[in-house]
Ligand binder design. Structure first.
Ligand SMILES: Nc1nc2c(ncn2[C@@H]2O[C@H](COP(=O)(O)OP(=O)(O)OP(=O)(O)O)[C@@H](O)[C@H]2O)c(=O)[nH]1
Ligand SMILES: [Mg+2]
Length: 469
Protein backbone atom coordinates (compact mmCIF):
# COMPACT_ATOMS: atom_id res chain seq x y z
CA UNK A 1 0.00 0.00 0.00
CA UNK A 2 1.43 3.34 -0.93
CA UNK A 3 1.71 6.13 1.60
CA UNK A 4 -0.87 8.89 1.09
CA UNK A 5 0.74 12.14 0.06
CA UNK A 6 -0.92 15.49 0.82
CA UNK A 7 0.18 18.61 -0.96
CA UNK A 8 -0.65 21.71 1.04
CA UNK A 9 -1.34 24.63 -1.23
CA UNK A 10 -2.72 28.11 -0.69
CA UNK A 11 -2.00 31.79 -0.84
CA UNK A 12 1.00 33.21 0.93
CA UNK A 13 0.66 33.39 4.73
CA UNK A 14 -2.57 31.45 5.02
CA UNK A 15 -1.42 28.86 7.54
CA UNK A 16 -0.16 26.17 5.13
CA UNK A 17 2.93 25.35 7.16
CA UNK A 18 0.86 25.40 10.34
CA UNK A 19 -1.36 22.71 8.90
CA UNK A 20 1.60 20.60 7.82
CA UNK A 21 3.18 20.99 11.25
CA UNK A 22 0.07 19.96 13.17
CA UNK A 23 -0.89 17.08 10.88
CA UNK A 24 2.64 15.71 10.62
CA UNK A 25 3.16 16.34 14.38
CA UNK A 26 6.43 18.02 13.50
CA UNK A 27 7.64 21.22 15.12
CA UNK A 28 10.58 21.62 12.77
CA UNK A 29 8.26 23.12 10.15
CA UNK A 30 8.98 26.86 9.84
CA UNK A 31 6.00 29.04 10.71
CA UNK A 32 6.03 32.80 10.88
CA UNK A 33 3.80 35.86 10.65
CA UNK A 34 6.11 37.11 7.90
CA UNK A 35 4.67 36.32 4.45
CA UNK A 36 6.92 34.12 2.35
CA UNK A 37 8.31 32.07 5.20
CA UNK A 38 8.23 28.89 3.15
CA UNK A 39 10.38 29.48 0.10
CA UNK A 40 10.72 25.92 -1.22
CA UNK A 41 8.59 22.82 -1.34
CA UNK A 42 9.56 20.48 1.45
CA UNK A 43 8.37 17.00 2.34
CA UNK A 44 7.50 15.96 5.91
CA UNK A 45 6.71 12.44 6.99
CA UNK A 46 4.44 11.39 9.81
CA UNK A 47 6.11 8.30 11.24
CA UNK A 48 5.49 5.92 14.05
CA UNK A 49 8.66 4.02 14.70
CA UNK A 50 10.01 2.96 11.33
CA UNK A 51 6.78 3.15 9.42
CA UNK A 52 5.78 6.22 7.46
CA UNK A 53 2.02 6.72 7.75
CA UNK A 54 1.44 9.90 5.83
CA UNK A 55 3.47 12.37 3.82
CA UNK A 56 2.93 16.10 3.46
CA UNK A 57 4.46 18.57 1.06
CA UNK A 58 4.62 22.11 2.40
CA UNK A 59 4.68 24.60 -0.47
CA UNK A 60 5.22 28.34 -0.85
CA UNK A 61 1.98 28.44 -2.87
CA UNK A 62 1.41 29.98 -6.27
CA UNK A 63 3.36 33.02 -7.42
CA UNK A 64 1.56 33.84 -10.67
CA UNK A 65 -1.71 31.91 -10.67
CA UNK A 66 -3.59 34.24 -13.04
CA UNK A 67 -0.86 34.03 -15.67
CA UNK A 68 -0.74 30.26 -15.34
CA UNK A 69 -4.51 30.01 -15.66
CA UNK A 70 -4.55 32.16 -18.74
CA UNK A 71 -1.85 29.96 -20.33
CA UNK A 72 -3.99 26.91 -19.54
CA UNK A 73 -7.06 28.52 -21.05
CA UNK A 74 -5.16 29.54 -24.15
CA UNK A 75 -4.10 25.95 -24.68
CA UNK A 76 -7.37 24.26 -23.82
CA UNK A 77 -8.67 21.95 -26.50
CA UNK A 78 -11.59 20.33 -24.69
CA UNK A 79 -12.68 20.03 -21.05
CA UNK A 80 -11.80 16.34 -20.79
CA UNK A 81 -8.15 17.09 -21.49
CA UNK A 82 -7.60 19.79 -18.89
CA UNK A 83 -5.40 17.57 -16.71
CA UNK A 84 -3.13 16.89 -19.69
CA UNK A 85 -2.87 20.62 -20.33
CA UNK A 86 -1.68 21.12 -16.77
CA UNK A 87 0.92 18.42 -17.29
CA UNK A 88 1.97 20.06 -20.54
CA UNK A 89 2.33 23.38 -18.71
CA UNK A 90 4.65 21.84 -16.13
CA UNK A 91 6.69 20.01 -18.78
CA UNK A 92 7.17 23.21 -20.67
CA UNK A 93 8.00 25.52 -17.76
CA UNK A 94 9.81 23.40 -15.24
CA UNK A 95 13.28 24.32 -16.46
CA UNK A 96 12.53 28.04 -16.53
CA UNK A 97 12.23 30.71 -13.88
CA UNK A 98 8.89 32.27 -14.82
CA UNK A 99 6.68 29.64 -13.21
CA UNK A 100 9.14 27.95 -10.84
CA UNK A 101 6.73 28.00 -7.83
CA UNK A 102 3.83 26.76 -9.91
CA UNK A 103 5.85 23.85 -11.32
CA UNK A 104 7.29 22.91 -7.92
CA UNK A 105 3.90 22.59 -6.31
CA UNK A 106 2.26 20.93 -9.31
CA UNK A 107 4.89 18.20 -9.45
CA UNK A 108 3.78 16.25 -6.35
CA UNK A 109 0.14 16.80 -7.26
CA UNK A 110 0.70 15.29 -10.69
CA UNK A 111 2.49 12.37 -9.03
CA UNK A 112 -0.76 11.55 -7.23
CA UNK A 113 -0.74 13.87 -4.22
CA UNK A 114 -4.03 14.82 -2.62
CA UNK A 115 -4.54 18.58 -2.59
CA UNK A 116 -5.18 20.37 0.69
CA UNK A 117 -6.05 23.93 -0.20
CA UNK A 118 -5.76 26.29 2.75
CA UNK A 119 -7.66 29.55 3.02
CA UNK A 120 -7.80 32.08 5.79
CA UNK A 121 -11.43 32.19 6.90
CA UNK A 122 -10.88 35.62 8.43
CA UNK A 123 -10.33 37.30 5.03
CA UNK A 124 -12.70 37.42 2.06
CA UNK A 125 -11.89 35.40 -1.09
CA UNK A 126 -9.67 37.22 -3.60
CA UNK A 127 -9.41 37.08 -7.41
CA UNK A 128 -5.95 35.55 -7.18
CA UNK A 129 -7.30 32.76 -5.02
CA UNK A 130 -10.06 32.07 -7.52
CA UNK A 131 -7.38 31.53 -10.15
CA UNK A 132 -5.56 29.14 -7.82
CA UNK A 133 -8.69 27.15 -7.14
CA UNK A 134 -9.53 27.01 -10.81
CA UNK A 135 -6.07 25.62 -11.61
CA UNK A 136 -6.45 22.99 -8.91
CA UNK A 137 -9.82 22.02 -10.37
CA UNK A 138 -8.18 21.63 -13.77
CA UNK A 139 -5.86 18.98 -12.35
CA UNK A 140 -8.87 16.79 -11.62
CA UNK A 141 -7.06 15.44 -8.55
CA UNK A 142 -8.64 14.63 -5.19
CA UNK A 143 -8.82 17.87 -3.26
CA UNK A 144 -10.07 19.23 0.00
CA UNK A 145 -10.29 22.81 1.18
CA UNK A 146 -9.45 23.78 4.74
CA UNK A 147 -10.79 26.93 6.34
CA UNK A 148 -8.13 28.07 8.76
CA UNK A 149 -9.23 31.04 10.87
CA UNK A 150 -6.13 33.19 11.40
CA UNK A 151 -7.91 36.11 13.08
CA UNK A 152 -11.37 36.70 14.44
CA UNK A 153 -13.16 38.17 11.39
CA UNK A 154 -15.39 35.52 9.92
CA UNK A 155 -15.84 35.03 6.20
CA UNK A 156 -16.46 31.30 6.49
CA UNK A 157 -19.93 31.60 4.98
CA UNK A 158 -18.66 33.42 1.87
CA UNK A 159 -15.78 31.00 1.55
CA UNK A 160 -17.94 27.92 1.76
CA UNK A 161 -20.14 29.15 -1.07
CA UNK A 162 -17.03 29.54 -3.23
CA UNK A 163 -15.09 26.48 -2.09
CA UNK A 164 -18.01 24.11 -2.61
CA UNK A 165 -17.71 24.83 -6.33
CA UNK A 166 -14.08 23.79 -6.52
CA UNK A 167 -13.47 21.08 -3.91
CA UNK A 168 -14.75 17.61 -3.11
CA UNK A 169 -14.77 18.42 0.60
CA UNK A 170 -14.56 21.55 2.73
CA UNK A 171 -13.70 21.50 6.41
CA UNK A 172 -12.74 23.99 9.12
CA UNK A 173 -9.46 23.27 10.80
CA UNK A 174 -7.63 25.53 13.20
CA UNK A 175 -4.06 24.32 13.01
CA UNK A 176 -2.97 26.40 15.98
CA UNK A 177 -5.55 24.87 18.29
CA UNK A 178 -6.37 21.41 16.99
CA UNK A 179 -5.86 18.65 19.53
CA UNK A 180 -5.40 14.96 18.85
CA UNK A 181 -9.14 14.34 18.47
CA UNK A 182 -9.48 17.10 15.91
CA UNK A 183 -6.57 15.75 13.90
CA UNK A 184 -8.26 12.36 13.87
CA UNK A 185 -11.52 13.94 12.74
CA UNK A 186 -9.80 15.64 9.86
CA UNK A 187 -8.07 12.43 8.80
CA UNK A 188 -11.37 10.61 9.02
CA UNK A 189 -12.88 13.19 6.67
CA UNK A 190 -9.90 12.85 4.33
CA UNK A 191 -10.66 9.16 3.79
CA UNK A 192 -13.58 10.30 1.65
CA UNK A 193 -11.51 12.38 -0.69
CA UNK A 194 -9.85 9.60 -2.65
CA UNK A 195 -10.73 5.94 -3.07
CA UNK A 196 -7.15 4.82 -3.51
CA UNK A 197 -6.02 6.47 -0.30
CA UNK A 198 -8.92 5.32 1.81
CA UNK A 199 -7.30 2.14 3.09
CA UNK A 200 -3.88 3.60 3.90
CA UNK A 201 -5.52 6.58 5.62
CA UNK A 202 -7.58 4.17 7.72
CA UNK A 203 -4.42 2.28 8.53
CA UNK A 204 -2.77 5.53 9.57
CA UNK A 205 -5.71 6.45 11.81
CA UNK A 206 -5.60 3.05 13.50
CA UNK A 207 -1.84 3.28 14.01
CA UNK A 208 -2.13 6.79 15.44
CA UNK A 209 -4.83 5.65 17.84
CA UNK A 210 -2.72 2.69 18.98
CA UNK A 211 0.18 5.03 19.45
CA UNK A 212 -2.01 7.42 21.42
CA UNK A 213 -3.08 4.62 23.75
CA UNK A 214 0.53 3.59 24.25
CA UNK A 215 1.50 7.20 24.97
CA UNK A 216 -1.26 7.62 27.53
CA UNK A 217 -0.16 4.42 29.22
CA UNK A 218 3.42 5.61 29.28
CA UNK A 219 2.36 8.99 30.69
CA UNK A 220 0.50 7.18 33.47
CA UNK A 221 3.62 5.17 34.25
CA UNK A 222 5.78 8.29 34.33
CA UNK A 223 3.40 9.99 36.76
CA UNK A 224 3.11 6.90 38.96
CA UNK A 225 6.86 6.44 39.03
CA UNK A 226 7.42 10.06 39.96
CA UNK A 227 4.83 9.99 42.74
CA UNK A 228 6.15 6.72 44.14
CA UNK A 229 9.73 7.85 44.07
CA UNK A 230 9.02 11.23 45.64
CA UNK A 231 6.66 9.97 48.33
CA UNK A 232 9.06 7.28 49.47
CA UNK A 233 12.23 9.35 49.16
CA UNK A 234 14.51 9.66 52.18
CA UNK A 235 17.97 11.17 52.59
CA UNK A 236 20.34 10.09 55.31
CA UNK A 237 23.66 11.09 56.73
CA UNK A 238 25.70 9.20 59.29
CA UNK A 239 27.70 11.16 61.83
CA UNK A 240 30.06 10.17 64.64
CA UNK A 241 28.52 10.25 68.05
CA UNK A 242 30.37 13.35 69.22
CA UNK A 243 29.63 15.56 66.19
CA UNK A 244 27.07 18.34 66.48
CA UNK A 245 24.42 17.39 63.86
CA UNK A 246 22.87 20.85 63.65
CA UNK A 247 25.20 22.28 60.95
CA UNK A 248 24.32 19.30 58.69
CA UNK A 249 20.57 19.77 58.77
CA UNK A 250 20.28 22.43 56.12
CA UNK A 251 22.45 20.62 53.57
CA UNK A 252 20.59 17.33 54.04
CA UNK A 253 17.26 19.07 53.83
CA UNK A 254 18.36 20.83 50.62
CA UNK A 255 19.44 17.53 49.11
CA UNK A 256 16.07 16.03 49.91
CA UNK A 257 13.94 18.88 48.54
CA UNK A 258 16.14 19.43 45.50
CA UNK A 259 15.92 15.77 44.63
CA UNK A 260 12.11 16.03 44.74
CA UNK A 261 12.19 19.09 42.50
CA UNK A 262 14.50 17.28 40.14
CA UNK A 263 12.29 14.17 39.99
CA UNK A 264 9.30 16.33 39.19
CA UNK A 265 11.03 18.24 36.42
CA UNK A 266 12.39 15.04 34.89
CA UNK A 267 8.89 13.60 34.83
CA UNK A 268 7.60 16.73 33.14
CA UNK A 269 10.33 16.50 30.54
CA UNK A 270 9.39 12.88 29.87
CA UNK A 271 5.74 13.85 29.47
CA UNK A 272 6.76 16.44 26.90
CA UNK A 273 8.88 13.91 25.05
CA UNK A 274 6.14 11.29 24.98
CA UNK A 275 3.90 13.72 23.12
CA UNK A 276 6.65 15.08 20.88
CA UNK A 277 7.04 18.48 22.56
CA UNK A 278 10.58 18.23 23.81
CA UNK A 279 11.16 21.98 24.01
CA UNK A 280 7.71 23.32 24.79
CA UNK A 281 7.66 25.91 27.57
CA UNK A 282 4.61 25.65 29.78
CA UNK A 283 3.93 29.03 31.34
CA UNK A 284 2.19 29.86 34.51
CA UNK A 285 -1.21 31.38 34.23
CA UNK A 286 -2.48 34.00 36.67
CA UNK A 287 -4.46 31.71 38.89
CA UNK A 288 -2.47 28.55 38.66
CA UNK A 289 1.10 29.36 39.59
CA UNK A 290 2.23 26.47 37.55
CA UNK A 291 5.90 27.25 37.59
CA UNK A 292 6.14 28.14 41.24
CA UNK A 293 8.49 26.13 43.29
CA UNK A 294 6.79 22.99 44.52
CA UNK A 295 7.36 24.05 48.10
CA UNK A 296 6.18 27.60 47.65
CA UNK A 297 3.05 27.17 49.65
CA UNK A 298 0.93 29.65 47.72
CA UNK A 299 0.95 27.04 44.96
CA UNK A 300 -0.85 24.77 47.36
CA UNK A 301 -3.70 27.22 47.62
CA UNK A 302 -4.59 26.66 43.99
CA UNK A 303 -3.84 23.02 43.56
CA UNK A 304 -4.60 19.78 45.33
CA UNK A 305 -7.69 19.00 47.35
CA UNK A 306 -9.61 21.44 49.49
CA UNK A 307 -9.19 20.96 53.22
CA UNK A 308 -12.71 19.58 53.46
CA UNK A 309 -12.01 17.05 50.73
CA UNK A 310 -8.72 16.13 52.33
CA UNK A 311 -10.40 15.56 55.65
CA UNK A 312 -13.22 13.54 54.11
CA UNK A 313 -10.75 11.46 52.11
CA UNK A 314 -8.71 10.90 55.25
CA UNK A 315 -11.76 9.77 57.18
CA UNK A 316 -12.88 7.45 54.41
CA UNK A 317 -9.49 5.81 54.09
CA UNK A 318 -8.72 5.53 57.79
CA UNK A 319 -6.17 8.32 58.06
CA UNK A 320 -8.57 10.48 60.03
CA UNK A 321 -6.57 10.99 63.18
CA UNK A 322 -3.50 12.46 61.54
CA UNK A 323 -5.61 14.30 59.02
CA UNK A 324 -7.74 15.99 61.64
CA UNK A 325 -4.69 17.33 63.43
CA UNK A 326 -3.10 18.40 60.17
CA UNK A 327 -6.15 20.36 59.28
CA UNK A 328 -6.56 22.21 62.54
CA UNK A 329 -5.92 25.66 61.08
CA UNK A 330 -9.47 26.95 60.84
CA UNK A 331 -10.49 24.53 58.10
CA UNK A 332 -8.23 26.28 55.59
CA UNK A 333 -5.75 24.63 53.35
CA UNK A 334 -2.20 25.52 54.12
CA UNK A 335 -2.02 27.89 51.16
CA UNK A 336 -5.29 29.58 52.12
CA UNK A 337 -4.01 30.03 55.65
CA UNK A 338 -0.92 31.69 54.24
CA UNK A 339 -2.98 33.94 52.02
CA UNK A 340 -5.07 34.97 55.03
CA UNK A 341 -2.11 37.12 56.01
CA UNK A 342 -0.07 38.20 58.97
CA UNK A 343 -2.52 37.21 61.67
CA UNK A 344 -2.12 33.62 60.65
CA UNK A 345 1.64 34.06 60.30
CA UNK A 346 2.76 32.51 63.53
CA UNK A 347 0.40 29.59 63.25
CA UNK A 348 1.39 29.11 59.66
CA UNK A 349 5.09 28.87 60.26
CA UNK A 350 4.40 26.30 62.94
CA UNK A 351 2.05 24.65 60.54
CA UNK A 352 4.51 24.70 57.67
CA UNK A 353 7.25 23.36 59.90
CA UNK A 354 5.04 20.52 60.99
CA UNK A 355 3.75 19.85 57.57
CA UNK A 356 6.84 19.17 55.55
CA UNK A 357 9.46 16.64 56.51
CA UNK A 358 12.41 17.87 58.54
CA UNK A 359 15.69 16.31 59.45
CA UNK A 360 15.51 13.94 62.42
CA UNK A 361 18.46 12.58 64.36
CA UNK A 362 18.56 9.07 65.68
CA UNK A 363 21.16 7.09 67.50
CA UNK A 364 22.39 4.00 65.69
CA UNK A 365 23.25 0.65 67.27
CA UNK A 366 26.97 0.59 66.51
CA UNK A 367 27.47 4.07 67.79
CA UNK A 368 27.13 7.37 66.02
CA UNK A 369 24.03 9.13 64.87
CA UNK A 370 21.88 9.03 61.78
CA UNK A 371 20.34 12.12 60.27
CA UNK A 372 17.32 11.36 58.17
CA UNK A 373 14.76 13.35 56.24
CA UNK A 374 11.68 11.87 54.60
CA UNK A 375 9.61 10.02 53.62
CA UNK A 376 6.94 12.57 52.76
CA UNK A 377 4.39 12.54 55.55
CA UNK A 378 2.33 15.48 54.36
CA UNK A 379 -1.06 14.36 53.05
CA UNK A 380 -1.74 17.43 50.98
CA UNK A 381 1.52 17.17 49.09
CA UNK A 382 0.85 14.23 46.71
CA UNK A 383 -2.37 15.89 45.62
CA UNK A 384 -0.60 19.14 44.78
CA UNK A 385 2.08 17.20 42.93
CA UNK A 386 -0.41 15.08 41.00
CA UNK A 387 -2.53 18.12 40.20
CA UNK A 388 0.27 20.20 38.78
CA UNK A 389 1.47 17.33 36.64
CA UNK A 390 -2.00 16.50 35.36
CA UNK A 391 -2.19 20.12 34.19
CA UNK A 392 1.11 19.68 32.39
CA UNK A 393 -0.15 16.41 30.92
CA UNK A 394 -3.28 18.16 29.65
CA UNK A 395 -1.23 20.80 27.91
CA UNK A 396 1.38 18.59 26.32
CA UNK A 397 -0.96 15.79 25.31
CA UNK A 398 -3.22 18.09 23.31
CA UNK A 399 -0.82 20.75 22.15
CA UNK A 400 -0.70 21.10 18.34
CA UNK A 401 2.77 21.21 16.85
CA UNK A 402 1.99 24.38 14.90
CA UNK A 403 1.66 26.36 18.11
CA UNK A 404 5.14 27.51 19.12
CA UNK A 405 6.71 29.46 21.92
CA UNK A 406 5.25 29.01 25.33
CA UNK A 407 1.80 27.85 26.23
CA UNK A 408 -0.28 29.03 29.16
CA UNK A 409 -2.46 26.75 31.21
CA UNK A 410 -5.87 28.27 31.62
CA UNK A 411 -7.40 25.81 33.96
CA UNK A 412 -7.65 25.52 37.68
CA UNK A 413 -6.64 22.39 39.44
CA UNK A 414 -8.05 19.08 38.36
CA UNK A 415 -7.98 16.73 41.33
CA UNK A 416 -10.50 18.69 43.39
CA UNK A 417 -13.02 17.75 40.71
CA UNK A 418 -12.39 14.03 41.12
CA UNK A 419 -15.42 12.16 42.42
CA UNK A 420 -15.08 11.13 46.07
CA UNK A 421 -14.59 7.46 45.22
CA UNK A 422 -11.66 8.35 43.02
CA UNK A 423 -10.13 10.61 45.64
CA UNK A 424 -10.33 7.78 48.13
CA UNK A 425 -8.86 5.36 45.65
CA UNK A 426 -5.80 7.58 45.09
CA UNK A 427 -5.51 8.46 48.77
CA UNK A 428 -5.29 4.77 49.64
CA UNK A 429 -2.36 4.32 47.27
CA UNK A 430 -0.65 7.46 48.55
CA UNK A 431 -1.00 6.08 52.05
CA UNK A 432 0.43 2.73 51.03
CA UNK A 433 3.39 4.55 49.56
CA UNK A 434 3.88 6.70 52.64
CA UNK A 435 3.96 3.69 54.89
CA UNK A 436 5.76 1.25 52.57
CA UNK A 437 8.94 -0.10 54.07
CA UNK A 438 10.01 -2.75 51.55
CA UNK A 439 10.51 -2.57 47.81
CA UNK A 440 7.77 -5.04 47.10
CA UNK A 441 5.14 -2.87 48.81
CA UNK A 442 6.33 0.13 46.86
CA UNK A 443 6.20 -1.77 43.57
CA UNK A 444 2.69 -3.00 44.28
CA UNK A 445 1.42 0.46 45.18
CA UNK A 446 3.18 1.97 42.18
CA UNK A 447 1.66 -0.43 39.70
CA UNK A 448 -1.81 0.12 41.21
CA UNK A 449 -1.24 3.84 40.85
CA UNK A 450 -0.12 3.43 37.22
CA UNK A 451 -3.25 1.38 36.45
CA UNK A 452 -5.56 3.90 38.10
CA UNK A 453 -3.86 6.77 36.32
CA UNK A 454 -3.93 4.97 32.96
CA UNK A 455 -7.71 4.49 33.27
CA UNK A 456 -8.11 8.09 34.26
CA UNK A 457 -5.93 9.52 31.49
CA UNK A 458 -7.67 7.41 28.84
CA UNK A 459 -11.04 8.65 30.02
CA UNK A 460 -9.84 12.24 30.17
CA UNK A 461 -8.50 11.94 26.64
CA UNK A 462 -11.86 10.73 25.32
CA UNK A 463 -13.61 13.66 26.96
CA UNK A 464 -11.19 16.01 25.20
CA UNK A 465 -12.02 14.44 21.85
CA UNK A 466 -15.77 14.57 22.35
CA UNK A 467 -15.68 18.31 23.05
CA UNK A 468 -14.72 18.91 19.46
CA UNK A 469 -17.48 20.59 17.45
N1 LIG B 1 -4.66 32.35 15.16
C1 LIG B 1 -4.20 31.57 14.18
N2 LIG B 1 -3.07 31.90 13.56
C2 LIG B 1 -2.63 31.11 12.58
C3 LIG B 1 -3.28 29.92 12.21
N3 LIG B 1 -2.59 29.34 11.22
C4 LIG B 1 -1.54 30.15 10.99
N4 LIG B 1 -1.55 31.20 11.80
C5 LIG B 1 -0.55 32.27 11.86
O1 LIG B 1 -0.44 32.81 10.56
C6 LIG B 1 0.92 33.08 10.23
C7 LIG B 1 1.32 32.32 8.98
O2 LIG B 1 1.31 30.95 9.25
P1 LIG B 1 2.13 29.91 8.36
O3 LIG B 1 1.69 28.56 8.76
O4 LIG B 1 3.57 30.23 8.36
O5 LIG B 1 1.49 30.27 6.94
P2 LIG B 1 2.02 29.85 5.49
O6 LIG B 1 0.82 29.83 4.62
O7 LIG B 1 2.83 28.62 5.54
O8 LIG B 1 2.91 31.12 5.16
P3 LIG B 1 4.04 31.25 4.02
O9 LIG B 1 4.96 30.11 4.12
O10 LIG B 1 4.66 32.57 4.38
O11 LIG B 1 3.27 31.30 2.75
C8 LIG B 1 1.74 32.66 11.45
O12 LIG B 1 1.96 33.81 12.22
C9 LIG B 1 0.81 31.72 12.18
O13 LIG B 1 1.08 31.74 13.56
C10 LIG B 1 -4.47 29.58 12.91
O14 LIG B 1 -5.11 28.57 12.67
N5 LIG B 1 -4.89 30.43 13.89
MG1 LIG C 1 4.75 28.34 5.00
Amino acid sequence: MSTPLFVVVGHVNRGKSSIVSTLAADDSVKIDAMPGTTSNCHRYRLRIGESVLLEFVDTPGFERPRQMLSWLKDHETNTAERAQIVTAFVDLHQQGEAFAEECALMQPILEGGIILYVVDASRPPSVKEEAEMEILRWTGRARMALLNPISSADYAQEWRAVLDQYFNLVRSFDAQRADFGQRMKLLTALREVSDTSRKPIERAIAALQDDRRANLQEAAEVLAEMLAEILTLTKQKRLAVDVDPQPYHAALSDRYYNRIRDLESRAQQRLKEIFGHRSLQVEQEEMVQLNDDLFNLSLWNHLGLTSTQLMATGAATGAAAGGAIDLAVGGLSLGAALAAGAAAGAAVSWWAGRQLPRVKVQGIPLGGQMLQIGPMSNREFPWVLLDRNLLIFDVVSHHPHASRGSVAVDSRGIVSNFPATMRNQFERVFRQLRSATVGEQIERAKSKLADDLADYLAERDLQGASDIP
